[in-house]
Design a protein around this ligand. Structure first.
Ligand SMILES: NC(=O)C1=CN([C@@H]2O[C@H](COP(=O)(O)OP(=O)(O)OC[C@H]3O[C@@H](n4cnc5c(N)ncnc54)[C@H](OP(=O)(O)O)[C@@H]3O)[C@@H](O)[C@H]2O)C=CC1
Ligand SMILES: CC(C)(CO)C(=O)C(=O)O
Length: 343
């Protein structure tokens, strides 16, 4: 079935670590032509392409998708796409919002929007902004980093779960068909595992057991997931209690996770991979962090349902302070001038 399809046109917004590998997967299958939108790595990628070291694809130098842009193309000027795949970091507390960012390219009622991003409730602003568009969830288990512009290291295989976020304005069949179409195009290259996700909320809660806890604790301590496991009591007294709070919140929200989920997540990546979760890569680069969708949303959901989440609460407010520090550095918040206390 896969090889008789004509190519879908895909606008991929966010050509960083996961975005570059997603573009490579889509182009490898020859069922998609990818236009990628880059920002800080635009010069490197448009001039030299990507240099990729990947556990799925091997070493590939100077690779470019069909087109490389540094701005969102406008549908009103004739650039329309079947899919807009969003692989930026999702940072709703720093403008522009994702729905505003992609607005020039969205054709209401037509473009399928795919969110390959971590976190909970990320679809809500998109469905509110584009009530007649299908929005797909992409939960990615991959370990990818961009140590310098255009250089991508992928050391954990790409496993992607795609399913439709329930949009009450559209028929479930149409939404499921769009998810199936994307899965077959993404899988066509045969280098990755991409499967249909029929319970997207469960899948997102399950992944939060890792992301809410390890991403934040690693970012706060500046330790990767191998080192945090070696760091005395950090797993016993920080990681595990935080993970159990997410499991309890998920259960209260109607999503029973497997009994082994905490151990599965702690041991997901080999210790000696020393994997820096994406939030740690962000703090190391001085980037904003996705703390609202990864910690804030599950914390608010859990507490609303009466689940005590004391560890998550502390992690959330520590992350909020880290974000504030970055906002001050970038002039997004201002503070009163320093008083003169020296006589
Ligand atoms: N890395 C990983 O292993 C995993 C990541 N994820 C999730 O995948 C998503 C993407 O993460 P990841 O690839 O690591 O992130 P990266 O920071 O590596 O890449 C994001 C890219 O989006 C670009 N971008 C951000 N805003 C804009 C904009 N307004 N216009 C154009 N480009 C923009 C960034 O540019 P700039 O460099 O200028 O900021 C960067 O190139 C996140 O939600 C993350 O949580 C999920 C699983 C694993
Ligand atoms: C779980 C992990 C590390 C890779 O899938 C991730 O989601 C992240 O880095 O944010």
């Amino acid at each position: 079935m896969a090889d008789v399809k004509s190519k879908a046109s895909v606008l991929l917004v966010g050509g960083g670590s996961v975005g570059a590998i997603a573009a490579l997967n889509l182009e490898t299958g020859k069922q998609a032509a990818v236009t990628i939108v880059c920002r800080s790595n635009f010069n490197a990628v448009s001039q030299n392409g990507y240099n990729i070291k990947s556990c799925d694809h091997g070493k590939i130098n100077n690779w470019k998708p069909t087109k490389v842009l540094n701005a969102i193309p406008k549908a009103s000027e004739g650039s329309t796409f079947d899919y807009i795949v969003c692989v930026t970091k999702n940072v709703p507390d720093v403008p522009p919002s994702l729905s505003d960012l992609i607005r020039p390219a969205v054709v209401p009622g037509k473009t399928v929007i795919v969110l390959i991003q971590n976190g909970l409730n990320i679809e809500k602003p998109l469905i509110a902004a584009y009530p007649q568009n299908i929005v797909l969830s992409g939960v990615s288990l991959i370990g990818a980093n961009e140590p310098s512009p255009g250089h991508i290291d992928q050391d954990f295989p790409d496993t992607l779960f795609i399913g439709a976020f329930a949009n009450p304005n559209l028929s479930p069949q149409t939404q499921k068909a769009a998810a199936e179409d994307f899965v077959s195009r993404y899988s066509a290259g045969g280098k990755t595992q991409c499967s249909l996700d029929t319970r997207v909320d469960w899948t997102r809660w399950r992944k939060l057991v890792y992301n809410s806890c390890l991403n934040s604790i690693c970012a706060i301590t500046d330790l990767d997931t191998g080192r945090i496991r070696l760091a005395d009591d950090a797993v016993a007294h920080l990681v595990r209690p935080a993970m159990l709070e997410i499991v309890a919140a998920a259960k209260a929200a109607g999503h029973e996770l497997p009994a082994t989920v905490v151990d599965d997540m702690i041991e997901m990546d080999p210790l000696d991979m020393y994997l820096p979760p994406s939030m740690l890569s962000d703090t190391r680069k001085g980037n904003f962090i996705e703390y609202e969708n990864i910690l804030g949303e599950p914390l608010r959901e859990g507490e609303k349902l009466g689940v005590p989440m004391p560890t998550l609460r502390v992690l959330y407010y520590l992350c909020q302070a880290i974000q504030w520090k970055n906002k001050e550095l970038r002039g997004l918040v201002s503070i009163p001038p320093k008083g003169n206390y020296v006589t």
